[in-house]
Write a protein that binds this ligand. Structure first.
Ligand code: PLP
Length: 452
């Protein structure tokens, strides 16, 4: 094996068939190294995952200890001290009345578990007509079939239409592209009215829940809702007996500067979904949090929650979550990351807001998005056929910066967003290095791109 592998070399089904992938060797702090010795600064934690960096000894020790003690048990047979401790840690700092946790492996699975929980709750509560889910476009909740159905990403659905479920879609608050301005005020009214209208149209008696990312992640590059949006959504939901599921797979566990992104919003979700930064990349781990009073309805009617998978509440994966949270707490990482995150976004604004193809620099905490456009006055996107995101990302990787991108946020097809979200542990000097590589890579990409 060389230092790069390109399909059809080897036996791995590499998802992308046209680009060679470097072979990674190891990671250390905010850096990755490939087998040729080349160093990359991880500007996006892979897919916004490795929140406490690579080679984190304190996290590894917690996992090693758990692996030696007992790596796996069937979650139908046993609980474990690790499982009980992580559930308590997450619940005691959770907003509102979230006081039960259920652990799975990926964000998509936890979304499925949350949707099934809500559906079973309403059937067990004697309201079987309540089955519809309201979700938002643009948005992303995962790639399993229901999570994909609820995702406002039309191009991901291209091949799978006949397999997907119907989900009622409303627009995501999207500051840069809000059709109604000012965003705080008339924009807020517009987005809340969209939910109100959907509830009236569909009939509250048919609607089980709304599923929303608290801070919209890769789909918009970190767009935050207007100030009172969630409070007003919550009122509509409570008035209509609709549960709120907050998807914090990407924005939770410190990514936006507080443990839960909901801590900066005025609402109390009925179900919360976590993943990515919860495990820091040390093991696949996601979580669904909910309320005992809802669980009790199921306990008294059906007698068990009708959702199980082989890896529910797996101790060794849970140890990754325990290690990450203990580390975050012990070193006050989230608190410190607020300053560094502000610095990162300020530097991005300073160096990129004036760039001819950067329409907007947004985000919150250690999450930032640069929206690429062909015309800043009209906000017209760069024609997708030019593959701006793909070519820019390839250039940045060649310069030693790992970043993430999303496309299609404008109308399902058009639109390019560069997403950055380095480890929460990144230091200012490392942010400076990240920005320097980004500027160099961006300039080199733009020089070639503007001629094409
Ligand atoms: N929800 C959000 C907001 C996400 O960003 C993602 C993944 O990117 C998911 C859910 C799905 O998580 P996973 O890829 O772990 O299944």
């Amino acid at each position: 094996m060389g230092h790069e592998v390109k399909y059809p070399e080897g036996h791995v089904l590499l998802r992308k068939f046209h680009d060679p992938l470097p072979v990674v060797d190891r990671g250390e702090g905010v850096y990755l190294f490939d087998t040729s010795g080349k160093r990359y600064i991880d500007g996006s934690c892979g897919a916004l995952v490795t929140s406490v960096g690579y080679g984190n000894k304190e996290v590894i020790d917690v996992i090693s200890e758990q692996l030696a003690r007992v790596p796996y048990v069937n979650g139908n047979h046993f609980t474990s001290a690790a499982c009980e401790e992580l559930a308590a840690l997450l619940c005691e700092r959770a907003p509102g009345r979230l006081d039960r946790a259920f652990f799975l492996s990926s964000g998509s699975e936890a979304i499925e578990a949350g949707i099934k929980f809500v559906r079973q709750y309403f059937v067990d509560a004697g309201k079987p007509a309540k089955h519809k889910v309201i979700a938002r476009t643009p948005g992303y909740h995962g790639n399993t079939l229901f999570a994909l159905s609820a995702s406002g990403r039309p191009r991901y659905k291209k091949f799978f239409g006949p397999l997907l479920s119907e989900v009622v879609m409303i627009p995501t608050p999207y500051e840069y592209r809000s059709p109604v301005q000012p965003y705080e005020g008339a924009g807020e009214d517009y987005y809340v009215a969209a939910l109100d209208e959907a509830i009236r149209r569909e009939g509250a008696h048919t609607i089980a829940c709304v599923l929303m990312e608290t801070v919209s992640g890769t789909s918009t590059g970190g767009s935050c809702a207007p100030k009172n949006y969630f409070r007003r959504v919550q009122k509509l939901c409570r008035d209509n007996d609709i549960l709120m599921i907050a998807d914090e797979v990407l924005c939770g566990v410190g990514r936006t500067g507080t443990f839960y992104a909901a801590d900066q919003e005025s609402f109390e979700p009925d179900v919360m979904i976590l993943g990515k930064g919860l495990n820091g990349g040390y093991a696949p781990l996601s979580a669904m949090l909910t309320r005992t009073d809802l669980v009790d309805v199921i306990a008294q009617a059906s007698g068990s929650y009708m959702h199980a998978q082989t890896y529910i509440n797996t101790p060794s994966s849970i140890a990754a979550g325990l290690g990450v949270i203990r580390y975050l707490d012990r070193h006050r990482v989230i608190e410190k990351s607020r300053d560094t995150g502000d610095y990162l976004r300020a530097e991005l604004k300073k160096h990129f807001a004036g760039h001819p193809v950067v329409g907007h620099v947004g985000g919150r905490g250690m999450l930032a998005g640069l929206e690429l456009v062909s015309n800043k006055a009209t906000k017209a996107p760069i024609p997708r056929a030019l593959k701006a995101s793909e070519t820019l990302n390839r250039m940045l990787l060649s310069k030693g910066l790992v970043s993430w991108f999303n496309t299609g946020q404008v109308d399902g097809t058009e639109g390019d967003v560069l997403v950055l979200g380095p480890p929460l542990t990144i230091k200012r000097a490392e942010v400076d290095e990240l920005i320097a590589i980004l500027r160099d890579g961006f300039d080199a990409w733009y020089a070639a791109f503007s001629k094409s």
